[in-house]
Structure formats: C-alpha cells, structure tokens
Write a protein of this length. Structure first.
Length: 288
C-alpha cells in the first residue's frame, strides 16, 4: 500500500483554490511524502546551490528544497498553480524562492542567473515534453551540474539502457551525462493516478571539454548527425544505414568497421557510447 499521507491535504487545497488537475498538462500530484524526501536526497542540495525546479505543482517539494538550497527558481506553466504558490510563499515569508509563471521550454535562464553560475535541476516534468526538455538543457551552453527528474518509468529505463538495447535517446543523454535510476514510483503514489508507473532518475552532467563553445557545438552536431544516420532504419544493419546516409560505398564502411574491431553485422543498438565515439573518430573525415 502506498503512503498516501498527503492526499487529504492535497484534495482540500484543490477544492479550496478550485484547482482541477489537468490530464492534458500531465498534472498528477505526488501524494507520498517519503518520495519527496527521496527526490531531495538524490539531488544532494547544499546551502550554496541554486535549484531550477520545474513543475513545482502545489509546492511540497519546493518548500523542502527551500530549506536546503541557497535559492530556488520554480517554473510553473499553470497560472492557477503559480498564483497558489506565490500566495504560499508570501504568507510564509519565504525569501529564497522565486516563482516564474512561464513555459520552461521558453524560459530564459541567463536573464535570471549569471551565465557561468552553476545550478541543479529538480523536475517533475509533464511526460510529453521529456525528450525536448532533455535536449534543450543538456545541449545548452549553460548546462546544469545535475538533474533529478521524475519520468515515466519506461522512458527512464530507455535512458539508462546499455547494448543491445541502445536507442538514440539513450545515446543522446549518455553523451552529455552519467545516468542512473534512483527508484521506481508506482502509479498509486499520485493523485489523480496516472496510467503508468514512474521513476526518479539522476543525471550527472559531464564537465565541458577543452574545446571552445563554437567548436564543441559543431562537434556535437556532427556526432548526432552520425548517430541519427546509424539509427535511421530500425532493424537494418549499421553498415547499410551508414553507407546510405553518408553516401559511401559499403565496402569502405565494412573496412572501417573491421579495422576498428567492430563486427560488420552490428546494428546501431548494439553499440555503447564509447563505441559510438570510436566510430565517430574513424568516420570523422567522411562527415564534411
């Protein structure tokens, strides 16, 4: 049985403030206090940290984070929830939380935080924006140090996958960050109860390389061009996808694969991140 200790309180808040959780916006409130605590401990927040919280909802997590962090920037798209949060913060005189009633995908972080300043992300994302959100923050110039996210369990499992179950999503996230699942969270821990189970995942972002920003962006672009070509046709062998996508004779590709100790019969999902980086180095000259 899940600990739905916050459910009566959450229902009451929603009744009083006429908040109707919207399925279309993916609003499912977490009603188990213990899981909030697990998220906070996974985020390893100290009193010098700036936290970007996305989807603060009714603020249960926000207030727990505020006790540990230097400052919280909470981005909430829903007007009603943002207004409710602002009321709560004003009423309790909480100094270190700022509420932004905005869409996180359009949020201008550098307007509110110096471009060199480190920050951590804690997010309870609407599941339909997961991949675009990850791409936006992981490939941005101003990357977070870490992200602790509540995701659909299936998506979390795809992100931490290893060969032979790699996907473009797994490769894209692992290229930028070390990923691990902290715990799974059954659907019964939310109200209204979603149709799928969730999981808390932590991403620790890899430090920047010694390339300039412009060079790094160009390099990343090329790498992902190769990866997209590799994954372009499911169930096809990698050599076919690469040969077609790069417009290089297949025997040249096979030759490069063999020279780098790859079996020419491999598929894209059989390669780890390290393998992809090695392959990229070998094919770099063909990617003009």
């Amino acid at each position: 049985m899940s600990m739905s200790d916050l459910l009566p309180q959450i229902r009451e808040i929603c009744r009083l403030f006429e908040i109707k959780p919207s399925r279309s916006k993916g609003q499912n409130f977490l009603v188990n206090e213990r899981i909030y605590d697990d998220i906070v401990s996974a985020a390893e927040i100290t009193n010098t940290d700036t936290v970007l919280e996305i989807g603060p909802g009714l603020g249960f997590l926000t207030f727990k984070l505020a006790q540990k962090a230097k400052e919280i920037m909470a981005v909430e798209l829903d007007d009603q929830l943002a207004a409710y949060l602002q009321t709560g913060i004003d009423a309790q005189d909480i100094e270190n939380v700022k509420i932004f009633n905005e869409d996180v995908l359009r949020f201008n972080l550098d307007k509110h935080l110096a471009p060199e300043s480190p920050y951590k992300i804690v997010a309870n994302l609407p599941y339909n924006i997961t991949s675009i959100f990850l791409r936006l923050f992981l490939s941005s110039r101003h990357k977070p140090e870490s992200l602790v996210l509540m995701l659909q369990k299936e998506v979390a499992e795809r992100i931490v996958a290893t060969p032979p179950d790699m996907s473009l999503l797994a490769l894209s996230v692992q290229y930028y960050a070390e990923a691990k699942i902290i715990r799974e969270v059954k659907a019964g821990n939310f109200w209204p109860e979603p149709k799928v189970d969730s999981a808390i995942i932590k991403l620790i972002v890899k430090p920047n390389s010694n390339l300039s920003v412009v060079e790094q962006v160009a390099e990343d672009k090329l790498f992902f061009r190769l990866a997209k070509i590799g994954f372009s046709a499911k169930r096809k062998m990698l050599k076919n996808n690469l040969s077609g996508g790069l417009k290089i004779e297949q025997k040249i590709i096979v030759n490069i694969l063999e020279k780098n100790k790859f079996n020419p019969l491999l598929r894209a999902e059989d390669l780890s991140l390290e393998d992809w980086l090695k392959l990229f180095a070998a094919l770099r000259e063909f990617m003009v």
